[in-house]
Design a protein around this ligand. Sequence first.
Ligand SMILES: [Zn+2]
Ligand SMILES: [Zn+2]
Ligand SMILES: [Zn+2]
Ligand SMILES: [Zn+2]
Ligand SMILES: [Zn+2]
Length: 307
Amino acid sequence: MRYKLVRVLCLAALFAAFAALFTVGAGANEPYVAESDVYCTARGDADGDRKITPADARAVLRSVLLLEELPEKTEALCDLDGDKGLGTGDARKVLRMAVGLESRPAHKDQKTVTTQEATCYEQGISAHICAYCGEYYNFGVIPERPHTAIGWQVEREPTCAKAGVKRQYCKYCGIQINEEKIPATPHIYGPMQFVSSTPDCTRPQEIYRVCVNCGKRENGIRPVTEHTWSWVTVLAPTCTELGKQAQVCAVCGMKSGETQNTFSLGGHIPSGWIVVKYPTRTEEGLQRIICTRCGEVLEEEILPKKQ
Ligand SMILES: [Zn+2]
Ligand SMILES: [Zn+2]
Ligand SMILES: [Zn+2]
Ligand SMILES: [Zn+2]
Ligand SMILES: [Zn+2]
């Protein structure tokens, strides 16, 4: 009986304070409107309408006075002073929040999630989830991702006349990321054609060949050949002197400048005495020994006059 009386008195006193606060608040201060991006919409919300109004304070107070039973979870959300139970202090806080005299509590960070994945063409969005109200808040930007290249695509096949082109595109947005040349293929040449006759030691041979695909002409040259050297006698040997040979190209007649000595004939070949002039009674005669090869006089002798 006594307990009930205390309870009724308490209730009356609180309702009076309640009304006073409300009268003061209604003029200058608009009722507080929760912004879920900044404040938690669940703390102090005893009736679950996501708004804090005097009705929430009343519900908390009624729970304190055992006139109403709130779900356990709601009780926890309304325990604003953190003393592990509902009391008149919590009801007062809710009322002050409802009339804008006190800020609503902030969200309690549970985890950070990605609400929208970033792509290569659009930024993503991250958010925190509140452990109390389960709402997203504190949104953030996730930077765009780099493009993701898919394999090379050949845009133009190379030929022997022109290089090809290949490109890489992004798998997700299709934008072109890379471009590279594909080297031209080798020409396919037909048989060698000859402009002039076979090369020798004096002139090269002009040649060419033509690509059977694109007609490109490639000119070439087969270089001059080596001279064909042989030794040619330029000074014949004599009985006493060495001979001389020079190196000469058998094809074009050019001299290399190289020379060499050859053997000598190994000395004169003497004849017997040969009478050049017979002596007479008035004149002396003459006989000689000469070389039978070169004719050089080797010895000479006067023959006396005949008697
Ligand atoms: Zn919250
Ligand atoms: Zn992309
Ligand atoms: Zn070609
Ligand atoms: Zn030559
Ligand atoms: Zn001789």
